[in-house]
Design a binder for this molecule. Structure first.
Ligand SMILES: Cc1ncc(COP(=O)(O)O)c(C=O)c1O
Length: 945
């Protein structure tokens, strides 16, 4: 079923429309930016035609109409602003075709280049600057290097007074100001929110209470969405909407500073939970300079990069070093006869900023108390966590730290078997026992999706029935997965906490750190869900819902009661604890250097675990962390707090453009296809019915899918099927790299994964399309030239890639030798013991994959038990883990696997297995207390041989 938009609501195709299609309107958020630029281009074309024709009332009218169409878009932006627009109108009205064209072209160029941010002259209406009063006062002209932003003023005063108010605000600028901002005025709730969504230059919002609700713009989609989100009667409470607006602004862009001016009693305002997000509250009228200073201080706070700022200062100081690290200060390089080119390549600054000292204000990553601590606190603010730890060895290390910090030997972890190998190794190191849960398979594309909540609940209930729930400490899931499946993080945590109220969650958001800065994605991040749950747990309605559930299901959920599995469970908010960890590879989606990673912590029990966390940091972190990586984490945070919203919106728009253009291009779509939710997420997990992000769905539908569906796709992760063009994933990846300089990193049997990032531009999208067109043309020509034989060979290749796909093996089970559940009913296993068994080659044997002995053992036993992790790249998850019984489906998968890189498997030797005799002998197992015991249960010292 394709979702059909409501009849009264126009379609938003979510992507820039082709020029023939009707232009997207103001509330088509994913296309409004390009719609605005398109309109300026149209106006420019009309003005050119007018100039070419000379006098033409029709073209004059056309220009006036185009200008009128631009008005709603421009009312939310500071540039070009009402003065320049009025000047344009006057030129059109005066029949001045040349003057109109000149000004339109100048505005368009300034918009495209961003020159208006630094060039005061761009704000002048005529070339000579003869318009009288200058838009930017002299002070601003002198400081063109100052960072520019815009501030939204929401005011009840009549629009006629806004130009004068804007001038007043500009007059507050002082030479010593660090930043310069332009005011944008709106007069109602709806326009204010619209500006917050569409004006990516905004950094702060000043709300003067007393404004009305409704916008005069035509906003059917936006109004329908807003109506469904606001409490009944909100529209009528004009005059008292300030706090409601502040709250709505923070929900969309939490990084913005919001300042409220109200004549309500300050106590009354501050007692409202929405006030917590306000930067300042002013009572009634306030000195404008105070407001001005508050605006600047808010941006200065986000701009400050405590560690990086200090590192820059450090690099300027003359320092004599008598510590390790000869490259520090660069002398070993610049004075060298042989390696000076390294210095020339990187420049001296890198070496001046290197040190192995933790003095001089450089702080210590392992025990931060100074600038690193401040930088981490700023990151916690930006990412919505209670605390943040910077990690300079990638999320591989962050994950191991969290496992080690939270787990004791014998603890059980519910883990997605496809999770990154750092989790599996983390569990080995911690001595924890994984209980693997399976993601739904996408066999046709040789990949996995994400783990259904039902499977996770089932695991918890099984463990409860076996009396082992107390051992379960952690649930770890990958959000989003490599291929872009995003969990309903809130629902997963809510329902799991209903079964075990003190569970801890580790969300591996290695790929998804940027999601914090999109209002569409944030609710589905670890920290977004944690914020929502925190609020929900404080809401008496949650307790009511819980008590109603308790009446039917009881306080102690019965694991055998089928209703527990099928009910959307509510945790007891009086008992449930919010203990949430997120790891993200800041280097994967933000401007951090490679290996820059963060651990985000929102754990209400952290005080009890702080020491363990420190120990885990001490265990895994290098004692020589790279200062440039730390600085880049600090800077990446600054960037995201100040322009993350714009950049992420851009990445999503580019992704949607790729999706739409590939699937609609008449030639490209013959051979290639981008997979949409309908192909990537089984319908049972998509109650919203949204099948595509580019076909027949509005952003309101996408939002609904975000609310209702168990899984959604991160649209920036784009699976492009290339098997239909006769290429396997690796082949196509290599072709793109070698012939077209296009790099990517993940492939499957018949697809590649493209990813748009905060660094991609529309030109990248255009280049990709050009390449795909070229490749598709090449296929057409080869098929034409090769006749019937070529066609047959092509069809056979496509069939092999698209139809003869191997089944994906599920995790089988741990060998009984490694299972501690006495009744053997639950799946967790002591992987650590199996892992260390393989250290002694005497205990292991190798069997070549093709050997008949493997088939014989599969038939007759004894079971084949893996001694190693075996991890094919791609897909990069273990198809065998130490101690796992290997079954036929895994062998078949291995035999069909056509990837070259398989970690833990040496093709010349074959599969490494634990010898059956050893398994029978009862080599030691590590129990919960870490003591060694043989399978018989009697305690022994050391390992049995
Ligand atoms: C889901 C997941 N987690 C963790 C990692 C490891 O991250 P890093 O490369 O920063 O060590 C990866 C790497 O690809 C990953 O895909």
């Amino acid at each position: 079923m394709k979702t059909t938009p409501a009849k009264t609501v126009p379609r938003d195709t979510l992507t820039p429309s082709p020029s023939s299609a009707p232009r997207a309107s103001l509330d088509h958020f994913f296309s409004a930016v390009s719609a605005r630029h398109d309109r300026w281009r149209d106006l420019s074309k009309a003005a050119q035609a007018w100039v070419a024709k000379g006098s033409s009332p029709a073209l004059e009218a056309e220009c006036a109409r185009r200008l009128g169409e631009l008005r709603p878009f421009e009312s939310l932006q500071a540039f070009p602003g009402s003065r320049l627009l009025r000047a344009l109108e006057e030129r059109v009205g005066a029949g001045d075709a040349h003057g109109t064209l000149r000004l339109v072209q100048r505005v368009t160029q300034a918009l495209m280049s961003g020159a208006y941010r630094s060039e005061a002259g761009e704000w002048e209406s005529d070339e000579e600057g003869a318009l009288g009063e200058r838009v930017m006062p002299t002070a601003a002209r002198e400081t063109t290097a100052r960072h520019y932003f815009e501030t939204l003023f929401v005011t009840p005063s009549p629009a006629a007074r806004w130009p004068a108010q804007i001038q007043q605000i500009r007059k507050l600028r002082r030479p010593q100001d660090e930043f310069v901002y332009e005011p944008v005025m709106v007069g109602n709730f709806e326009d204010a929110l619209l500006a917050v969504i569409l004006n990516t230059n905004l950094e702060s919002v000043v709300i003067y209470d007393g404004f009305p609700f409704a916008s005069a713009h035509d906003l059917p989609l936006f109004k329908s969405w807003l109506a469904s989100r606001l409490p009944a009667g909100a529209e009528e409470s004009a005059g008292d909407l300030g706090l409601a607006l502040a709250r709505a602004v923070k929900q969309i862009r939490p990084e913005l500073d919001v300042i409220l001016l109200s004549d309500r009693n300050p106590d009354e305002i501050l007692s409202d939970p929405a006030a917590a997000g306000l930067r300042r509250v002013f009572y009634e009228v306030e000195e404008p300079l105070e407001i001005h200073l508050s605006i600047l201080a808010g941006v200065a706070e986000r701009f400050e990069t405590p560690f990086f700022d200090n590192l820059k200062k450090y690099a300027q100081k003359p320092v004599g070093t008598f510590h390790a690290l000869p490259v520090a200060r660069g002398k070993s390089i610049f004075r060298s006869h042989w390696i000076r080119d390294m210095g020339e390549f990187y420049g001296p600054t890198l070496f001046l900023a290197e040190s192995s000292a933790t003095t001089g204000g450089l702080d210590s990553l392992l025990e931060p108390t100074g600038n690193i601590k401040k930088a981490q606190d700023a990151a916690a603010r930006a990412f919505g966590a209670d605390r943040v730890f910077f990690v300079t060895n990638g999320t591989s290390t962050s994950n191991k730290m969290v496992h080690q910090a939270l787990l004791e030997p014998g603890d059980i972890v519910i883990a997605d078997r496809n999770c990154h190998k750092s989790h599996h190794y983390g569990m080995v190191l911690a001595g924890a026992q994984p209980y693997y849960v399976e993601a739904f398979p996408l066999v046709a594309y040789s990949m996995y999706g994400a783990v259904p909540l039902r499977a996770i609940k089932q695991a918890l209930l099984e463990l409860k029935a076996a009396g082992r729930l107390d051992k379960v400490k952690l649930v770890t899931l990958t959000n989003c997965t490599f291929d872009g499946h995003v969990y309903d993080t809130r629902r997963v945590m809510e329902e799991c906490l209903a079964i075990k109220p003190d569970l801890v969650f580790l969300w591996d958001e290695a790929w998804f750190g940027f999601a914090r800065f999109s209002p569409f994605l944030r609710p589905r991040t670890a920290m977004g869900a944690r914020a929502a749950l925190k609020e929900a747990f404080a809401d008496p309605a949650t307790l009511e819902r819980y008590l109603a559930q308790e009446k039917t299901l009881g306080a102690d959920l019965d694991p055998k009661d089928p209703r527990v599995l099928s009910t959307r469970l509510v945790p007891d908010p009086r008992r449930a604890k919010l203990r949430v960890y997120q790891t993200n590879s800041t280097h994967k989606s933000m401007s951090a250097l490679r290996q820059g990673s963060m651990v985000l912590v929102a754990d209400e029990d952290f005080a009890h675990h702080e020491q363990a966390f420190k120990e885990a940091v001490f265990t895994h972190a290098s004692t020589s962390p790279n200062l440039q990586i730390i600085a880049s984490l600090d800077v990446a945070r600054r960037q995201m707090e100040l322009e993350g919203y714009e950049l992420v919106m851009g990445a999503i728009q580019n992704a949607l453009a790729i999706r739409r253009e590939v699937n609609h291009h008449p030639l490209v779509s013959k051979y290639f296809r981008v997979l949409e939710p309908a192909a990537m997420i089984p319908a049972e997990f998509r109650p919203s019915g949204v099948e595509s992000y580019t076909e027949g769905a509005t952003w309101v539908d996408v939002n609904r899918a975000n609310r209702e569906d168990e899984f959604v796709l991160d649209s920036t992760r784009i699976t492009l099927v290339c098997g239909t063009a006769g290429f396997d994933g690796t082949q196509f990846k290599n072709l793109l790299a070698s012939e077209y300089e296009i790099q990517l990193n993940k492939t499957s049997r018949n697809s590649i994964l493209l990813q748009t990032n905060i660094n991609n531009t529309r030109s990248d999208v255009a280049n990709l399309m050009k390449v795909l067109v070229e490749i598709a043309k090449g296929i057409e020509e080869r098929l034409k030239g090769g006749g019937e034989a070529a066609r047959k060979a092509f069809d056979a290749r496509v069939k092999a890639l698209m139809e003869d796909v191997p089944d994906l093996p599920n995790f089988s089970r741990f060998h009984d030798r490694f299972r501690q559940d006495p009744a053997g009913k639950t799946l967790e296993g002591d992987m650590r013991t199996a892992f260390y068994m393989a250290y002694d080659s005497e205990r292991c044997e190798h069997l070549p994959l093709a050997s008949p002995e493997i088939d014989r053992r599969l038939e007759q036993g004894p079971p084949l038990v893996s001694a190693h992790f075996v991890i094919p790249y791609p897909p990069g998850f273990p198809i065998m883990v130490p101690g796992q019984v290997i079954e036929r489906d895994t062998i078949e998968f291995m035999r069909k696997l056509d990837v070259k890189e398989i970690h833990g498997y040496d093709a010349a030797l074959g599969l490494k297995l634990v010898k059956p005799a050893i398994l029978g002998q009862g080599a030691p197992t590590t129990d919960a207390a870490g003591a060694k015991r043989p399978a018989s249960g009697a305690l022994v010292k050391g390992r049995a041989k």
